[in-house]
Design a protein around this ligand. Structure first.
Ligand code: SF4
Length: 365
């Protein structure tokens, strides 16, 4: 066989599945993303950074998480410092990131690592699973990335890459165990954390939900979905049932330069966060019923209903709030369980986004 023919045969020979881990790592070494929590090549990985970033990245994108991660790290450089912080301070610093149970678990986890593990994260998947807020995915991610344990965490990016690579017809979430199994075959004999991060990066920059850049993909030679030309249709998903719209009212009550707020119950949606008084959130908005739930304040002569509504989408339902405003006399006392806070210091309160929107609408012209 002439050298030219041999060369063509080599080029046309499809990449065998066994070579995927090496191809991935090779691609990762050249194209890895620089992320604030990621150790540079050859540097020691800090489990605290990996854990903090993984908790923040649950349900939140890399762009949003970046500045929060830096802020947390500057204030609490290690898990011992975070374990000694107050929950209120952690919630305040977390405000705006959403899904606040993560912040409470973050704090509880730091306290546990400090108290029960002398400030050192357990270095096994099982040990990590025992900690508050660390589920199967996060335990795998920390184990692989921080301790190089041979395990594959499967996030949304990896789910997409694997479902395309193998053209998995079964819809999510039923396909998860199969995807987990196939994703694990992409681990090489070593560098588990880098293999996982390579797949995450591939999903984020090349195998994107729309218009994947298959020509740049290191696994393109034997990607089933690519060969069929229907990459964008994976992963298959079961149709979603939309959450029912809920409606309610929020009361923006000022006393000069102060605003009336309260703290939500620890358990449940937005637990432990600050809010302005609100009515129940129901399928129908009834002004009369909502006003019956307004805080009892001597001196409120008349509620003013602002034009328009504030909308917010939670994971399970969308919400519409009408806004009532009132300004009360200087000496008016806060009803039980509520407090006046200076409007100028509202940024220090653990206010979820929905409340920020309601306040901005209520205080706006
Ligand atoms: S070839 Fe295309 S669809 Fe297949 S894994 Fe690579 S980027 Fe994704």
């Amino acid at each position: 066989m002439s050298p030219a023919v041999a060369k063509i045969e080599r080029q046309e020979k499809p990449v065998v599945a066994e070579s995927r881990p090496a191809l991935l790592l090779d691609w990762y070494d050249r194209h890895r993303r620089r992320l604030p929590w990621r150790a540079a090549a050859g540097e020691r990985t800090d489990p605290y950074r990996v854990w903090l970033s993984e908790i923040m990245l649950q349900q939140t994108g890399v762009k949003t998480v970046g500045p929060y991660f830096e802020k947390f790290l500057a204030r609490w450089p290690d898990v011992t410092a975070l374990g000694r912080a107050s929950l209120d301070d952690v919630l305040r610093m977390w405000a705006g990131l959403g899904y606040y149970s993560r912040a409470r678990n973050l704090h509880a986890c730091a306290v546990t690592v400090l108290r029960d593990h002398a400030g050192v994260f357990p270095d096994t998947e099982e040990g990590l699973r025992q900690l508050p807020g660390i589920g199967p995915y996060t335990a795998k991610a920390i184990a692989a990335i921080a301790f190089d344990i041979r395990t594959m965490p499967v996030d949304g990016n990896i789910e997409r890459v694997v479902s395309r690579l193998y053209a998995i017809e079964e819809p999510l979430p039923q396909a998860k165990p199969r995807i987990q199994e196939l994703a694990a075959t992409l681990l090489g004999p070593s560098r588990a954390g880098d293999s996982a991060q390579a797949l995450m990066d591939l999903g984020s920059s090349i195998c994107t939900p729309k218009k994947p850049a298959c020509t740049l993909c290191p696994l393109n030679d034997d990607c089933s979905a690519r060969l069929r030309g229907d990459q964008e249709t994976f992963p298959r998903k079961a149709p979603k049932k939309p959450g029912m719209l809920r409606r309610g009212a929020a009361f923006i009550i000022t006393r000069g330069d102060e605003l009336l707020v309260r703290t939500r119950a620890e358990k449940g949606l937005l637990g432990g966060m600050t809010e302005v008084p609100v009515s129940d959130w129901l399928a129908r908005q009834d002004d009369k019923v909502a006003l019956e739930q307004a805080p009892d304040l001597n001196g409120v002569a008349r509620w003013h209903r602002k034009a328009g509504v504030v909308t917010h989408v939670f994971t399970h339902f969308p919400l519409e709030l009408v806004i009532y405003t009132a300004d009360v006399a200087a000496r008016t006392r806060a009803p039980e369980g509520m407090r006046w806070v200076p409007i100028a210091t509202l940024a220090d309160e653990a206010l979820p986004n929905v409340m920020r929107k309601a306040i901005a609408h209520g205080l706006g012209e």
